[in-house]
Design a binder for this molecule. Structure first.
Ligand code: TYM
Length: 330
């Protein structure tokens, strides 16, 4: 079984990324051959600061190992180190249609917030399609916000296979049972996010304990006083229940049972404590790893070499099936 997922280096990583991303990466790496990609090419689709991109790339590598990726088992690499990704994006951009890219809700959301929208932001989903298909991926651990991109990946894979002959495995998305869409603590109708979010409603993975506790204490709740999960009627409390499941590994039912008869205040304070317990060891590991940039760069170079080797045959097959001549040895 092949596992692949990607995460953008820019922007401070938050609890939503942990829930849909990091913790699922660590959990799936045992199921087969796993590739986790720091998608720096995706990060330049909106305005960015070059120096920041460099720093954030190493930050993210450290965070991936700090949250449980084992370099012995998983291939962790940077997208731009493996040129096959950019090449695949061009080839697949000629298979995906303009109409289907126009329907991508993330594009519409993000484009609506910019004064100048890059062409790269529009074709971004095709880059992601290539990331996944290059590794003959079976499963893609992601959060709910990537569902539409994954469906596009499946559609493009099937279209390529039927037009040019069997080339790609058609991948499946893997979503957490609870916590597939962590919401903003201040605006529980919006997802917790790097860009659009409210910093007071966003738990950053590197937030100090007192900041985490404070954000939980001031989290918006709903009328009523029962701690039960009901996303329509009780968006705030339902989200906090899911946050608790992410922190402790319990199910929604187990959390509800533990808090029968308890008040919102106690519950919010307990969620804060549980998060601090989750985050403190991650932060300590992060600091130790981040202190040694040379070692991180070495690990990423090993990852890139492995990713190049594994993706190359699929890229060759794509060129071949599409009818390209290839340079022969001289
Ligand atoms: P990115 O970098 O925005 O997010 C990384 C992961 O975090 C998940 N996530 C969430 N999960 C639950 N609740 C939330 N509020 C929340 N916010 C973010 C995302 O679903 C994702 O799993 N396009 C992708 C990166 C990418 C990729 C890929 C992913 C590029 N190529 C190939 C998988 C496979 C993105 O921008 O994720």
């Amino acid at each position: 079984m092949k596992i692949f997922s990607g995460i953008q280096p820019t922007g401070a990583k938050h609890l939503g990324n942990y829930s849909g991303g990091f913790r699922q990466y660590a959990a799936t790496q045992d199921q087969g051959t796993a590739f986790f990609c720091i998608v720096d090419l995706h990060s330049i689709t909106v305005a960015h600061d070059p120096e920041d991109l460099r720093e954030r790339t190493l930050d993210l590598a450290a965070l991936m190992f700090a949250t449980g990726l084992d370099p012995e088992r998983s291939t962790v690499f940077v997208q731009s180190h493996v040129t096959a990704h950019a090449e695949a994006a061009w080839l697949l951009g000629c298979v995906a249609s303009y109409g289907e890219l126009q329907r991508m809700t993330q594009f519409k959301d993000k484009a609506g917030k910019q004064t100048s929208v890059s062409a790269g932001l529009f074709i971004y989903p095709v880059l992601m399609v290539g990331d996944i298909l290059l590794y003959q991926t079976d499963i893609v651990p992601i959060g709910d916000d990537q569902r539409q991109h994954l469906e596009l990946t499946r559609d493009v894979a099937e279209r390529f296979n039927s037009r040019f002959g069997e080339t790609f495995t058609v991948p499946k998305g893997v979503y957490p049972e609870a916590g597939a869409r962590i919401m903003d603590l201040q605006q529980p109708e919006n997802k917790m996010s790097t860009t659009g979010g409210n910093p007071q409603g966003t738990i950053y993975l590197l937030d100090p304990p007192e900041v985490v506790r404070k954000k939980l204490k001031t989290a918006v709740t709903d009328s009523g006083r029962e701690i039960v999960h009901d996303s329509n009627e009780k968006a705030g409390i339902s989200n906090l229940i899911e946050v608790m499941t992410v922190a402790t590994g319990e199910t929604i039912a187990e959390v509800e049972k533990r808090y029968v008869g308890a008040g919102y205040g106690q519950f919010k304070s307990d969620v804060g404590d549980a998060l601090v317990e989750l985050l403190e060891p991650i932060q300590a590991r992060f600091r130790a790893l981040r202190d040694d940039s040379a070692e991180l760069e070495r690990m990423l170079a090993i990852g890139a070499a492995k990713a190049r080797e594994v993706s190359a045959p699929t890229l060759e097959k794509m060129y071949d099936r599409m009818g390209f001549t290839r340079p022969k040895g001289v």
